[in-house]
Structure formats: C-alpha cells, structure tokens
Design a binder for this molecule. Sequence first.
Ligand code: SF4
Ligand code: SF4
Length: 390
Amino acid sequence: MAKSIVYFASARAKFFDYDYGFLGKFEEILNRVNLKNYVAKGDYVPIKMHLGSQGAYRVVRPAFIRKLVDSLKNAGGDPFVTDTVRIPGLEYLRVASANGINELSTGAPVIMADGVFGSDSVMMPSGPILGEIGIASAIHDAPAMIVLSHCKGHIASGYGGAVKNLGMGGIAFKDRNGVHQRGRMHFLQNAELNWTSEKCSHCLQCVGACPHESISFDQDDKLVIDQQKCARCGRCARVCTEGALVLPLNIELFQKVLAEAAATVLNTFNKGKVLYINFVTEVQPECDCMPMADAPLIPDIGVLVSDDIVAIEKATLDLINQAQVIRDSKAGEKELTSAEHLFLKIHGKDPYLQVRAMADFGLGSEDYEIVEVLCKPKADGSTAPRSFGH
Ligand code: SF4
Ligand code: SF4
C-alpha cells in the first residue's frame, strides 16, 4: 500500500526572502494540496482549532490562520474559525481575541461550534466506550473541515494534537438535556473526584484552575464542589500536585475514548473532506486550556499537512522526539533517553496510544512519507532566492 503523504515545511528561513520563510512555505503547501479538493463553492468550512486560555497564549499565530482563510476563500469556501465551549462561550471569544484570534485578524468569523451556551449539539452513535456522544452542531452540519492543531504535551493524554483537537474539541460542552458530553470522557467508568483533607496544603491551585468557579473551601476548610456549575473537566485534579484531589483515570481507556470520539466526529464527513494541519511550534508541556503557558520544550520545528490523521500525528510525534530539547524547559529538567518519547517522560503517558487507536478504527496509516516544501516558487516558476543566505 502506498505511504500516506505528509507535507512539511520547516520553521527555519534560509534566505531573507518571504518565499523561503515559514509563512511563504505554508502558503506553498496550501497551494500544493489544492483546497478545491476539499471544499466546494460556497461551502461553510469550520477551521477547528484551540483558541487558548487566559494565560495560555501559545496558539497558532493569526498570520497563519489568515493565510489559510484566504486560501480557502480562493478555493470557493466560506470559512469560519471555531472551537467548542470550555470556559463560558462569550468569555472564550474574548480570550480568543486577546490571543489575537478574531475576524479582523483572521478574515473569518470566530464562533462557538456548539453555540455560546455550549448546548448546540447533535447526538451521534459512537463506539463501545461512549455508546453515543454529542457533536457540536456547526461541525456536525459542515460539508468539509480543516483541523488546525497546535501540537503540545497534555497532562491527561501525554500529547495534544489533531486527535485531541477533534476527539475532545469537536464534542459539545453539553447536550440539550444539560448532560456534559465532553465531561463524560473525563469521568469514565463513573469516576468521581476524591478529596483527602490530610493531604491538602490549601494551595488553592485547584480553585484557580477551575474554569467554572465550581470549587471553594467552606468555613471548616473543607473542599466543596458546586455540582451545578462543575463541567466535569477534571482540570482541578490534574493540577493538584499533593495528590489531595484525585480523579481516577485509566490512561489507556482515555486515549481510546479520544480516538472513539474523534472517529465519531469524522463519521459526519464524507471521505476526503477533512484536511489536517499540525503546527509544531512553541511545543509546551501542557494543553492550551491551562491557566498558563510554560516555556517550549524544543525549538520550533514547522508545520505538517496531510489528509491522513494517523500519518500526520505519527509524523508529528516522531519529529518532536527527534528534536533537541531546550535546556531551560520542563524537558531539560528530565533525563531523556532516546528510547522514550519526551511526552512519555514528562507525563508518564504513551502519546502514541491515541494514534494507534485511530489506526485501529481504520482512519489512516502509520506508514507515512514526508514531502518537504523548501520554498514557494516565484510567479515565473523560479525558485532562486531574492537575497543572500545566512
Ligand atoms: S490543589 Fe490540591 S492541595 Fe491545593 S488546595 Fe486543591 S486539593 Fe488542596
Ligand atoms: S472538574 Fe474540577 S476544574 Fe472542572 S469544572 Fe469541575 S470542579 Fe471545576
């Protein structure tokens, strides 16, 4: 079987020339994949991405989103930038704007795919773990989609890339009955948050990390969770370094459920109508939903583009693992061996599990071929740089 093609452009710029720079090479990849293969004239096309958090600013830069939006428009599509509600919808849009992502910068509307209340969802049959799951309606109803991912580590799944962007981010915050759809994936097997007072140092990290102000301490210093407000995201337990607040999580099952949910989202599209773009830049240890961003673990690598989610995720993880770690980073603090992926070393979770689970669903191939794009040819077809190298 033929290998899956993964286009790649390095973040390095060899010459003082736009066409040899990162943005120019990204533009050239968009030309080569021919977006008309994915979008038809007049199609509303979601660009599914993570818009960051207050404090987590290492998102895909607006200049690249703008380039993508312009290319999609040239192909006849009508794109919009989107994610689902994680923090209250309007607040999330304001955070996105503060991170530089708005209609003025990107050239496309920025909307919540599951509505500002997070309940615009369509229930779809899923797999053995979830049974069914609510897909954000603006994604469910779309004829084509671009999955634009900022690749980084993740405290719960080891790695957050395209699978995570789809499997968690394509799912609605809740259904019309108020059941937290994404929350179901964090609280698998009827898991519950367990708090042990003896271990609690009252550092209040859990309170600060809760995006829905659901946690407080009562007069007796006992941790209280407002179940009406709690969105079941599990973030509070993940930031508790004392082991006082715990959410039991089967790591393997969690990665499988991510893949199952991602596969369910993809099943709402016709084959060949989804394109994946992975930015391997500012690769920090944690998800962009955290209340802060840490220093990058490795130098910027570049961008990968493919219509095979398994191939692009495998290639991304392989490239990350081949990079030199930055000494003054969370990776630099660890003793890394070549046998272990740096996300496994940092988070204790094998980042390839979710990729293999997607392959098991028959959604792609781990056998890939990198096609590196070195420059954007000039209008006359020449590739000579405009100025001297450095
Ligand atoms: S993060 Fe953990 S140790 Fe800190 S206040 Fe919350 S439960 Fe207690
Ligand atoms: S799981 Fe924890 S962090 Fe998430 S909403 Fe509930 S209390 Fe807040």
